[in-house]
Design a protein around this ligand. Structure first.
Ligand code: 5GP
Ligand code: ZN
Length: 142
């Protein structure tokens, strides 16, 4: 498998590494939405958020929180977005799980996703559809 992030982790490809520990690596995104755009990745190869073991994900969240605060301070951002693209349809291009931390500034021109409005009756229908799957999963897991 040829994975650019695995190659970076193995130091076979260059990256601006900001932090690493036994399980996690933090690096600058090469094509930033704003300067300082940072990625937090697990050292183990997992394709997406659904594939990452939950214990690892929990530990990554702590690194994510600390890194987001550090990035915000370092680049003097007004805020930041944390984004996880999952699947080609959602814009995922590297199939090694990663969190994006995107610094944001008041009035920056990074575009917002287009928001929809539910047609009459659909709001509850979607809620019911999702609740059904959540409840089945809760039952299955005891
Ligand atoms: P995705 O679209 O999969 O959510 O995000 C992949 C991200 O990885 C993109 O923002 C892209 O700019 C970044 N990226 C792709 N190749 C490289 C690389 O070789 N080095 C670094 N540092 N970032 C990369
Ligand atoms: Zn990988």
């Amino acid at each position: 498998m040829n994975c650019i992030f695995c190659n970076i982790i193995d130091k076979k490809a260059h990256a601006e590494i900001l932090y690493e520990d036994n399980e996690t690596l933090v690096l600058l995104d090469i094509h930033p939405l704003n300067y300082g755009h940072t990625l937090v990745i697990p050292k183990e190869h997992h394709e997406n958020i659904l594939e990452v073991p939950s214990d690892l994900l929990k530990r990554m969240i702590i690194v994510l929180q600390e890194t987001a605060e550090a990035v915000k301070t370092a680049v003097e951002a007004d805020g930041f977005n944390i984004i996880v693209n999952t699947g080609r349809a959602a814009g995922q291009t590297i199939f090694h799980f990663h969190f994006h931390i995107i610094p944001r500034y008041k009035d920056d021109k990074v575009t917002k996703l287009q928001l929809k409005t539910y047609p009459e009756g659909e709001f509850k229908k979607y809620a019911d559809k999702i609740r059904l799957v959540i409840n089945n999963k809760v039952k299955k897991n005891g």
